[in-house]
Structure formats: C-alpha cells, structure tokens
Design a binder for this molecule. Structure first.
Ligand SMILES: Nc1ncnc2c1ncn2[C@@H]1O[C@H](COP(=O)(O)OP(=O)(O)OP(=O)(O)O)[C@@H](O)[C@H]1O
Ligand SMILES: [Mg+2]
Length: 345
C-alpha cells in the first residue's frame, strides 16, 4: 500500500449547513478515484479543503505522510481544477498554461518548456498562440487540464471538468482525459455516476456531507450495502417483502437470506430475463419504451410492477420472466420507508 493522500475526519460547516461530516478516505499512488454524489453533498467543499482554498473545522489532510492542513494552496503538491473553471481570457493558451509554473517559481524559459510539453500532451500542439475564445468547449477543457498538469502535482483534483460540455463530447473527452492522466493520481468529483463507474479504480459515494460507500464500480453496483447506493448507481426494482425460514421469494425464485421479517428485495432491470418458457411467471407488458440501444418495459407480474430491460424488441403483450437467485439483493426494510431511504423525499 502506497498512500499518497489521507483525508482524516474532515468536517466543515457554513452557518447552519453542515457541508461535510467526519469524512475520511485514502488515495493510493496512481489511483483514479471518483467522488460521486448529488448536488449539495459537499463534493466541491471537500476538494477545496484538499486544495487548501478552504480550511476545515475539524480533521486533517496528509500528503505522503505529511500534515498539510495548514499549508497554503500554492505550496501544496496538488493541481486543482475548480468547478467553474475559467481560463484567463486575455492570455493565450501558452500563457495560460505557463501561469502555474511561473507562480511556483520557475523562470520563463523553464515555464515555456513545461507548458509546451503539456499542451502537446493534451493534443493542442500548434494552438499555443490562440486565445480561449478561439477554441471549442472541449479544447478549452483540455487547456484547463494542461494548466493543472503543468505544475506537475502529486495529486490532480478535478471538480466536474466535463459538466459544461454536451453529452457526446463529454463521453469522448472522458476517455481522452483518462488516457492523458494515465499513471497519475487523480481525485475527480462528479454527479455523473455512469461516467464515474466507467473510469474509476475506486468510487466514493457521498450523501449530505457523509461518505456512504467506498469500493470499485462492480462491487458497489452489484453488491451495494444500502438501498441508497443501489438506487444511486443505476435503475433498480425495489419490492417490499417478508423473509421467513431463511428465505425470501420473488416471482417463483427463492432466495436464501439471514434476515427475518420485513425486507426490501432489489433486482436490476437487466437481471430480469425474458424467457420463452411457459412454466415461468407470466407478466403483462404495461409500458414499452425504446431508450436507445435497448428497450425498457414495465411489466405487471402477479400485481408487482417490474422494470425490465430487453436488448431485443418485444412484440407480445405478455412475457415470461425469470430471475436468478444470485442476482437478487435483500436489504433490511428501512424504518424511514423506501422513498426516504433513497432520497426521493
Ligand atoms: N461558501 C459557502 N457559504 C455558504 N454555504 C456554502 C458555501 N459553500 C458551499 N456551501 C453549502 O454547502 C453545501 C455543499 O456545497 P458543495 O458546493 O460542496 O456541494 P457539491 O456537492 O459540490 O454540489 P454541486 O454538485 O452542486 O456542485 C451546500 O448546501 C452549499 O450550499
Ligand atoms: Mg460542486
């Protein structure tokens, strides 16, 4: 284990708002870590504290074992790209990227050399003399990235770097950034859980200033430890049920469980199989929607509405469904009710 960043028990309050509550996690050298959460969860506040722009009320930040909680931002070995990132409009691409190195004490020649190296790395060689308004949104984001890289930080902090771009460009640039940042230590903050899952070595899920889950994308998606995380990371059916005798039942599938009493069964729409088999439970197709690449069905089976995904177009009004026990999640019934537990109210 080679911890480069340690965040220890960070709390931060703004007046009546508790923005962060006892937040602790580590980042290993070379790790690509995503923090994902809804708006106002405290993501930007956390990055600002790591970057040194805000002071925490409680807790410490360590980089390579050194306590830097009181170190000013420009002396921290971090490169920070804020959420509302703006390039200096009156400076060229080269001048924008040189800014950090000069600010950190490099002479002009060295700063130019560094800037050119990173402008080339982000694929903008030849654009050194251009001004930001002459570049597309995607190019501007790449300049912003070069600016962060040019100070050669030990950790790169990115706050929603793609949020200003349209969906197609976002997906394209996401992959490019991952390539550009290969081997670097990155902490990337976003509310886009799909993007996060596709790139992250490690995901940290936050809710209202707290960390509620840490793990790799597959673990958290397939074996979430709470209703909240299960729901946050992708569409899922929740069915109220009761466990007894070591089992809980969904359609004709029996699932063994340690739980007793009221439970919530979770099953992902892609894990419900449409089968050509008359012995499986039959459901009535109530809704059918093409959502690009696959079909989303709402099926009523024995009074339960289930969302089911199908890659193939379904033409019949009735379908037989099969669920495998290993795809079924069983949660304790939340005392606050399902909707509250997943933050819908
Ligand atoms: N300087 C500030 N003064 C007062 N309240 C603040 C300040 N900065 C943040 N907050 C509040 O703290 C909470 C967390 O804010 P933060 O910006 O960290 O959330 P976020 O997860 O980054 O949200 P978003 O996804 O919208 O960027 C919010 O309720 C916000 O209104
Ligand atoms: Mg934010």
């Amino acid at each position: 284990m080679n911890k480069i960043l340690e965040v220890k028990n960070i709390s931060k309050r703004f007046g009546n708002i508790q923005a962060l509550r006892d937040v602790s996690f580590d980042v290993e050298k070379g790790e690509f870590v995503f923090i994902v959460a809804h708006t106002n969860a405290g993501k930007s506040t956390l990055l600002k504290i790591i970057a040194g722009i805000l002071e925490p009320d409680e807790g410490e930040i360590y980089i390579e074992g050194e306590n830097i909680t009181k170190t000013p931002p420009w002396e921290r070995p971090v490169g920070y790209m804020p959420q509302t990132y703006a390039l200096f409009p009156h400076m060229t691409v080269l001048e924008n990227v040189m800014f950090g190195p000069i600010h950190r004490g490099l002479d002009r020649e060295e700063a130019i050399e560094k800037a050119q190296k990173y402008i080339e790395l982000v694929g903008l060689k030849g654009w050194e003399k251009a001004y930001p308004h002459e570049l597309s949104g995607g190019m501007q984001q790449r300049v912003a990235l070069a600016r962060v890289l040019a100070v050669e930080p030990k950790i790169i902090l990115l706050d929603e770097p793609l949020s200003a771009l349209d969906a197609l460009l976002r997906v394209k640039l996401r992959g490019e950034i991952k390539k550009i940042l290969k081997g670097k230590t990155v902490l990337w903050v976003t509310h886009d859980q799909e993007g996060a899952m596709s790139l992250a070595d490690k995901l940290i899920v936050m809710r209202s200033g707290r960390i509620v889950a840490v793990g790799n994308a597959m673990e958290l998606y397939y074996k979430p430890t709470s209703l909240y995380v299960a729901h946050f990371l992708g569409e899922i059916n929740f069915i109220e049920s009761v466990a007894h005798g070591g089992f809980v039942q969904i359609l004709d599938t029996k699932v063994s469980t340690d739980k007793i009493g009221p439970v919530v069964i979770g099953i992902r729409p892609e894990d419900i199989k449409i089968v050509k088999n008359n012995s499986s439970p039959l459901g009535r197709v109530k809704e059918l929607r093409f959502v690009g690449g696959f079909w989303r069905l709402l099926v009523d089976v024995e009074g339960i509405d289930l969302v089911v995904y199908s890659l193939k177009r379904i033409r019949s009004k009735e379908v037989s469904l099969r669920i495998h026990p290993e795809d079924v999640l069983v949660f304790d019934y939340p005392p606050e009710g399902i909707r509250r537990a997943v933050h819908l109210e």
